[in-house]
Write a protein that binds this ligand. Structure first.
Ligand SMILES: *[C@@H]1O[C@H](CO)[C@@H](O)[C@H](O)[C@H]1NC(C)=O
Ligand SMILES: *[C@@H]1O[C@H](CO)[C@@H](O)[C@H](O)[C@H]1NC(C)=O
Ligand SMILES: *[C@@H]1O[C@H](CO)[C@@H](O)[C@H](O)[C@H]1NC(C)=O
Ligand SMILES: *[C@@H]1O[C@H](CO)[C@@H](O)[C@H](O)[C@H]1NC(C)=O
Ligand SMILES: *[C@@H]1O[C@H](CO)[C@@H](O)[C@H](O)[C@H]1NC(C)=O
Ligand SMILES: *[C@@H]1O[C@H](CO)[C@@H](O)[C@H](O)[C@H]1NC(C)=O
Ligand SMILES: *[C@@H]1O[C@H](CO)[C@@H](O)[C@H](O)[C@H]1NC(C)=O
Length: 446
């Protein structure tokens, strides 16, 4: 095999053989072509199926940004849910109802600050039973009194505008700058402290988070849960920094449409403990205060579903593999072309010398009554040719066994003229030998 055969960029030459096409086509090649096209088509349909079943993972990019830009979240009643648990199974509300006494009081506040414009607003908010099924049994904040505000942080324009949400838990009898009234059916302070100091008593917060579910292609709402334990002599300050996510989703097979989602996704918690009595004396002494502040960090997500172009790129890769069958087909086609050449060569050469020769590839392969195989020709087309005749004898052997100059049998007529032999091959049955067309091959023998 020559190294030159590795040259993939060699020019091709075409020859009018077999069919009327300028290419040598073969059934094997047709089979390969059909299987290559079928497998590529199948793969394409398979990808389309995966695409519409949403089983192709989208491209996902995530970055955390600290920006000065305005970050805001609308104030909705389902933003926060909370509940104080008397023990693991009983809520404060249930316990208070059973005792017909008030032990603890929740006070929710909204604070808004705009330093440059000298605005410092505190709004007291009502608490209501949550309506969201995920917050069943919890208490929510009714933001209608702060409806023209948002939960925000804006450090742009060398200003510092922010808002915060506070949930305070006070003992029923406490009084300070925030809690200025005492309900009329308070439990005794010692009972309140007993309740607060219960081993199982805890404060339970549920904070809204939203994220894009790439499988269902929908924004999904879940709640982050945060527990806090309290003690009667402590003022627990629980600061929760809300991180917001900005998600951009590109989807669509042909045209990529863009969707944007923005909502809280994460809460970072910092807890500080103070002496409650000192706090009360200084004007702020709840048992627990949970403060929600907007974080500077924004999580940015970019989700890109594949387009038809991306799918076609995948198909193209598979088509590249299918091209291997092309090599196979080519190789086969070339070997067939070589055979064509051979028979053509014989036809032309011997046609010139003897007009009645009609050797054709089909005839050579045809099974006649005469088991003549002509010719197995030395590839280099030297003067010498080996002809197998009857019992697989080479021409040398055959003449050794038949040392006559002129031989005739049922299948072949042979004449020796000097160093040259003339063969006449009978393609018809011996019985009708008289009418047969005679074919002659002249083989020079040395
Ligand atoms: C919680 O307290 C209630 C009322 O005192 C009681 O009925 C219930 O069994 C307690 N549950 C647990 C788990 O201790
Ligand atoms: C609950 O207490 C209030 C006053 O403290 C009283 O008027 C009311 O009747 C009580 N209800 C029950 C069911 O004990
Ligand atoms: C909201 O409305 C109140 C009065 O209704 C007003 O004082 C306050 O400035 C408004 N806040 C914003 C952010 O527009
Ligand atoms: C996304 O949605 C699918 C289908 O609704 C659900 O099976 C899957 O659990 C969701 N994934 C997450 C992380 O919630
Ligand atoms: C072709 O002929 C040459 C010389 O006649 C010989 O050496 C060579 O082996 C032959 N090749 C084949 C494949 O018969
Ligand atoms: C002729 O040669 C072929 C292959 O070389 C072999 O399969 C076959 O049996 C031979 N025929 C005879 C009659 O020897
Ligand atoms: C055979 O060879 C002889 C002498 O070499 C020559 O005279 C004769 O013409 C040749 N016959 C043929 C048919 O070429």
């Amino acid at each position: 095999m020559s190294v030159l055969k590795l040259d993939l960029w060699s020019s091709e030459f075409y020859f009018n053989v077999g069919t009327h096409s300028i290419r040598r086509t073969t059934f094997f090649g047709l089979f390969l072509t059909i299987s290559a096209i079928a497998s590529v088509l199948f793969y394409f349909l398979y990808l389309i199926h995966l695409y519409f079943s949403n089983l192709i993972d989208p491209q996902f990019r995530q970055q955390n940004f600290i920006t000065d830009e305005k970050k805001e979240v609308p104030l909705t009643n389902d933003l926060i849910g909370f509940q104080f648990y008397y023990n693991l199974s009983t809520t404060l509300d249930q316990y208070q109802a059973s005792q017909n006494k008030t032990y603890l009081v929740y006070i929710a506040q909204f604070y808004y600050q705009d330093t440059n414009n000298n605005i410092y607003n505190t709004i007291y908010l009502n608490t209501v039973k949550c309506s969201d099924p995920q917050l069943k049994g919890f208490i929510c904040i009714d933001f209608t009194q702060a409806s023209n505000y948002t939960y925000l942080l804006d450090a742009s324009n060398s200003n510092y505008v922010y808002s915060s949400i506070q949930i305070n838990i006070y003992g029923c009898n406490d009084l300070d700058t925030v809690k200025t009234t005492i309900p009329n059916n308070c439990a005794a302070q010692s009972d309140v402290e007993k309740l607060i100091n219960q081993a199982d008593a805890y404060f339970y917060l549920k904070l809204k988070t939203q994220q894009f579910n790439t499988t269902s292609k929908m924004i999904e709402t879940k709640y982050r849960t945060i527990y806090n334990y309290v003690q009667s002599n402590q003022y627990v300050l629980n600061t929760l920094y809300t991180q917001k996510q900005d998600t951009v989703v590109y989807s669509g097979l042909w045209y990529q449409k863009q969707e944007k989602f923005s909502s809280p996704i994460q809460y970072n918690q910092i807890t500080q403990h103070f002496d409650r009595n000192i706090g009360l004396a200084n004007g702020l002494g709840p048992y627990s205060q949970s403060e929600l502040l907007m974080d500077e960090i924004v999580k940015q997500f970019q989700i890109e579903y594949p387009t038809i172009i991306k799918l076609l790129t995948l198909v193209h890769a598979v088509a590249g593999l299918a091209m291997l069958t092309r090599l196979l087909g080519r190789f086969y086609s070339q070997s067939v072309t070589k055979q064509d050449f051979l028979s053509l060569f014989l036809q032309n050469i011997y046609n010139q010398k003897y007009e009645n020769i009609n050797l054709h590839n089909d005839q050579l392969n045809q099974k006649t009554d005469c088991p003549v195989q002509i010719p197995i020709i030395n590839q280099s087309f030297q003067n010498k040719m080996s002809v197998f005749y009857t019992q697989n004898q080479t021409i040398d052997n055959w003449f050794k066994n038949n040392p006559i100059d002129n031989v005739e049998d049922d299948c072949m007529t042979h004449q020796k003229i000097n160093n040259s032999f003339n063969f006449q091959i009978n393609s018809q049955k011996p019985q009708i030998k008289e009418q047969k067309e005679r074919q002659q091959v002249n083989i020079e023998y040395k």
